[in-house]
Design a protein around this ligand. Structure first.
Ligand code: G4P
Length: 284
């Protein structure tokens, strides 16, 4: 999905989301655990307001385990519950329901005092494109594939999915725009595929990714591509990868388009290894 975020479109999106927010008690804020800062909407606090919120660090199968734990602690210190989830496999989804109940404890108590028992707790998922919202809804609903809202025969209007623990989930996710305020954020979004390659030149993007990996964890490149990295620049490593993988055109020249595509694709699919591009230290 490629969305162009013009100011008018952002306003429309925000208005639509705010309507749905009125219907729910708790918000699940979905982030990409490889880039928890870059995948966060810049106005999320303002948009969600005082509603209880659970942060979901999705795609935790693709991010570093050590950094995942650091991010959970980072949120804990801020009194926000954060959960590591792999929406594609369903890992962590039970915990979402438990955390929602914990976040709603006070409201449930208040309702009980008024004699209102077993009123379902309503929740919705919000996040930027490609962060895994549809996958998570399908996983929580226990169904496979079908995109929410795209199925024939489904009545228009909001649908609620009944989950364990007296929780009901809105079948339509809230789509938010990402931050574009700094160049590094733009790169992070492009590395992970959250914004489309056409926005940025693929060869430059792959080179920037290799340069980042050389700083963060060069052994991932060494192991995946069987190349040397010691004392080499990003472009030299890119050339070595191209040679190892046969990305060569006639007369022995490097096929940069092919090697760029290969590196980006393997990174996005986790083939290069589990890596987090933003650590919580970066936030301080
Ligand atoms: P969205 O609604 O927020 O836009 O995102 P969506 O669910 O469409 O997911 C975007 C991509 O991320 C999908 O891959 C999906 O399979 C993948 N994804 C979602 N959650 C996880 C996760 O926890 N781990 C991993 N590894 N991937 C996840 P795709 O390539 O666009 O499609 P496909 O591979 O499902 O065909």
């Amino acid at each position: 999905m490629n969305i162009q975020w013009y100011p008018g479109h952002m306003k429309k999106t925000r208005d639509a989301l705010q309507k749905n927010l009125k219907l729910v008690d708790v918000v699940f804020e979905l982030l990409d655990s490889r880039i928890p800062n870059s995948s966060k909407n810049p106005q999320i606090d303002e948009i969600v307001g005082n509603k209880p919120r659970v942060v979901i660090l999705n795609k935790c199968d693709l991010s570093s385990e050590k950094e995942n734990n650091k991010w959970v602690n980072y949120y804990k210190e801020k009194n926000i519950s954060a959960i590591l989830v792999n929406a594609a496999s369903g890992k962590g989804t039970k915990q979402i329901i438990n955390e929602a109940n914990i976040a709603m404890k006070e409201k449930i108590e208040r309702l009980k005092k008024k004699g209102i028992m077993n009123r379902p707790i309503k929740a919705m998922i919000v996040g930027i494109p490609n962060v895994g919202k549809s996958t998570l809804i399908n996983s929580l609903a226990g169904r496979k594939g079908a995109k929410t809202g795209n199925r024939p025969g489904v009545t228009k209007g909001n649908q609620w999915i009944k989950l364990r623990g007296n929780l009901e989930l809105l079948d339509t996710p809230g789509i938010l725009w990402p931050k574009f305020e700094d160049k590094q954020v733009g790169f992070n979004l492009a590395f992970t595929g959250a914004i489309r390659d056409e926005i940025m030149d693929t060869e430059t993007l792959a080179l920037r990714l290799i340069e980042r990996l050389l700083i963060l964890d060069p052994k991932l490149l060494i192991q995946r591509y069987n190349v040397d990295t010691e004392g080499l620049t990003g472009i030299e490593v890119m050339d070595s990868i191209a040679v190892k993988r046969g990305c060569i055109v006639k007369r022995g020249e490097i096929d940069y388009a092919r090697v760029a595509h290969l590196v980006l694709d393997e990174f996005r699919r986790g083939k290069i290894g589990r890596i987090t591009l933003e650590t919580p230290e970066y936030m301080i």
